[in-house]
Design a protein around this ligand. Structure first.
Ligand SMILES: CC(C)(COP(=O)(O)OP(=O)(O)OC[C@H]1O[C@@H](n2cnc3c(N)ncnc32)[C@H](O)[C@@H]1OP(=O)(O)O)[C@@H](O)C(=O)NCCC(=O)NCCS
Length: 189
């Protein structure tokens, strides 16, 4: 994906009741910039729960979102009415040349107050477009078994379960599956 805005129309719930005008009814997905750091850190602080993220990771102090100023090139962000409301990270799953045809979704989050409006789907669609542009043959991800909302989103967009690591994490007194999902990107240049 180049730097051009990738505009995706947000579904019409707000338009139906007339609460938002045409401009504010669009989510725009673009490449992240280093200057998005503070907004992303604020979003990250409220977006995750023990059902969607790993508590010990969530508990790490996060003064900055991008570690030592690097990493913005691996993120796309979504804006709604000029406000940063979501992000997705796309990274190689390993550094192996033999594994280079696979890219991974390494995190996706949407601000709680704008969920179920299509922002997550817009981010994933843009991530898939970016992965195809980078020549990937497959887009993969991992999602906790306690996160049916994210699993449903992924399934809606064509991701399928490739495997389940049973009881992979112990979170708040119970064992939780790690669900491996992926979408083949073959047939596109
Ligand atoms: C998962 C997440 C990114 C979804 O973002 P979103 O903007 O609400 O997603 P969308 O509005 O694009 O939803 C698209 C579809 O996904 C599914 N979906 C999304 N949230 C859902 C929920 N809470 N319950 C059931 N299905 C849900 C639905 O099929 C939905 O389509 P519909 O609204 O027409 O039914 C968001 O809930 C989030 O940030 N969660 C916390 C972080 C997280 O879990 N990240 C994923 C880690 S693997």
């Amino acid at each position: 994906m180049n730097d051009a805005w990738n505009q995706v129309r947000v579904r019409a719930a707000s338009a139906e009741d007339g609460a938002m005008d045409e401009a504010s009814n669009q989510v725009r997905v673009r490449a992240a910039r280093i200057c998005d750091d503070a907004a992303l850190a604020s979003l990250d602080a409220v977006a995750w729960t023990a059902e969607s993220g790993i508590p010990s990771v969530l508990a790490r102090p996060a003064a900055a979102f991008f570690s030592d100023g690097a990493g913005a090139e691996e993120y796309l962000v979504a804006e709604l009415a000029g406000r940063l409301v979501g992000y997705v990270a796309i990274k190689p799953v390993t550094h192996l040349a033999e594994n280079a045809h696979v890219l991974g979704i390494a995190g996706i989050a949407v601000a709680p107050d704008v969920r179920r409006a299509g922002v997550g789907a817009a981010l994933l669609t843009a991530a898939e477009e970016l992965a195809r542009a980078r020549g990937a043959r497959k887009l993969s991800l991992r999602v906790l078994g306690t996160n049916p909302a994210a699993q449903r989103l992924y399934q809606r967009l064509g991701f399928e379960i490739e495997g389940i690591l049973r009881d992979e994490f112990a979170i708040n007194g119970r064992y939780v599956d790690d669900v491996l999902m992926a979408k083949p990107l073959r047939g596109h240049t």
